[in-house]
Design a protein. Sequence first.
Length: 154
Amino acid sequence: MELLITLLDDAFFSAIAAVGFSLIFNVPQRLLFLCAIGGALAHSFRTLLLLSGTTIVPASFLAAALVGLIGVYWSRKYLVPRPVFTVASIIPMIPGTYAFQAMISLFSIYQLGYSPELMASLLENGLTMLFILMAISFGLALPSVVIYRFKPIV
């Protein structure tokens, strides 16, 4: 029961973030619900993978691949470009905490001077952020590349 509550809580707040980002970029009103579903599914799936023992980079990759696959389907069904759904859906998965911690470490090194602990924190958080962003990018692109592989360009 606790797992279900955790996933529903995660889905709710992820949907709010996805819709908020969609509103900034003037996504049509009729598609906001789908952006909310995409954001909720993506982040909840990643949370489920994290709770099952997967590390954050592969979990982010698989969640982004799920969003990419759903985005291909929805783009065909609603005749809308794929990024309308996919970009808004992955926004809740952006690694802001890791980026913030890396910047705090960087500014601390600047202000307090070099220390091995601060440098380790900078490298660990910065590289984790970078790998998560790469995983999200590749996961989001993979379904489109596979599905449209043999589609003629012209």
